[in-house]
Ligand binder design. Structure first.
Ligand code: SME
Length: 161
């Protein structure tokens, strides 16, 4: 397994995703444990992209439970009718929030978080987990992030579900 990420200095976000995804694929291909791979996925995204908080919540008995993440302390359980993560899990689609202060029911794990993207992993028509990324900048996520993060979730889907 690679021990060090290869990152091009001053890459655009698109270029950074393009270099991160093959490295993530290589890392998870040599490990069969889901939690280990989610942990490295969070680390790869954090090292490659920065952002304030990056992590996974797993669907467990009808609620979302905190999984591997990088960043400050986070809430451990999210009901499906709460927050951006809950909305993503119930609507079974990626949700981008340009300003979390304007999102009804947003769960503020930190007041520093300003914008957010949450991407589901769906297998057998069920949401198995979500990837949540929070930024300290307003309007920090676009269709570019959605495109590549959905590809990342497809890699995890193919490997584990
Ligand atoms: N903001 C999320 C909760 C998770 S934390 O931000 C890590 C939400 O509204 O679902």
């Amino acid at each position: 397994m690679a021990e060090k990420l290869i990152l091009t200095a001053s890459a655009t976000r698109t270029q950074r995703y393009e270099e991160l995804l093959p490295q993530l694929k290589a890392v998870i291909s040599s490990e069969s444990d889901l939690i280990a791979n989610l942990a490295n996925a969070a680390a790869i995204l954090k090292e490659g992209l920065g952002f304030f908080w990056i992590g996974f919540y797993r669907m467990m008995e009808g609620e979302l439970v905190l999984g591997p993440f990088q960043g400050p302390l986070a809430c451990t359980r999210i009901a499906l009718d709460k927050g951006v993560c809950g909305a993503c899990a119930t609507q079974k689609r990626t949700i981008i929030v340009a300003d979390v202060n304007q999102f009804p029911g947003h769960i503020a794990c930190s007041s520093l978080s300003q914008s957010e993207i949450v991407v589901p992993l769906i297998a057998d028509k069920e949401v198995k987990l979500v990837l949540d990324i929070d930024s300290e900048e307003l309007d920090d996520f676009s269709e570019v992030d959605q495109l590549y993060l959905e590809q990342l979730m497809d890699l995890l889907l193919a490997r584990h579900f």
